[in-house]
Design a binder for this molecule. Structure first.
Ligand SMILES: [Zn+2]
Length: 83
């Protein structure tokens, strides 16, 4: 499926780009969450700057809130952690 994301393709990129990305169906231990709100935090800014050993090509906004749309094969035992 296709979705919209704010991406950083190269470390040091000043502004993330909004683009359409491919999203796979959830794996056995994963859930598909329709994000309705998120933000860009300090961790995201460090990832953008290349201060962490993360590869370029990251999608920002890991602290989102949303609705679970689908779960993988082991979904019955899936535990979601909310922060
Ligand atoms: Zn964060």
């Amino acid at each position: 499926m296709k979705t919209e994301a704010w991406t950083v393709r190269a470390h040091g990129q000043a502004v993330p780009e909004r683009e359409t990305v491919n999203l796979e169906e959830p794996g056995d231990n994963e859930a598909l969450v329709r994000i309705v709100a998120t933000g860009i935090c300090g961790t995201d800014l460090h990832a953008m700057g290349g201060h962490f050993p993360t590869p370029a090509g990251v999608i920002l906004g890991h602290e989102g809130g949303g609705v679970v749309e689908a779960v993988g094969k082991n979904g019955a035992s899936l535990t979601l952690m909310l922060r």
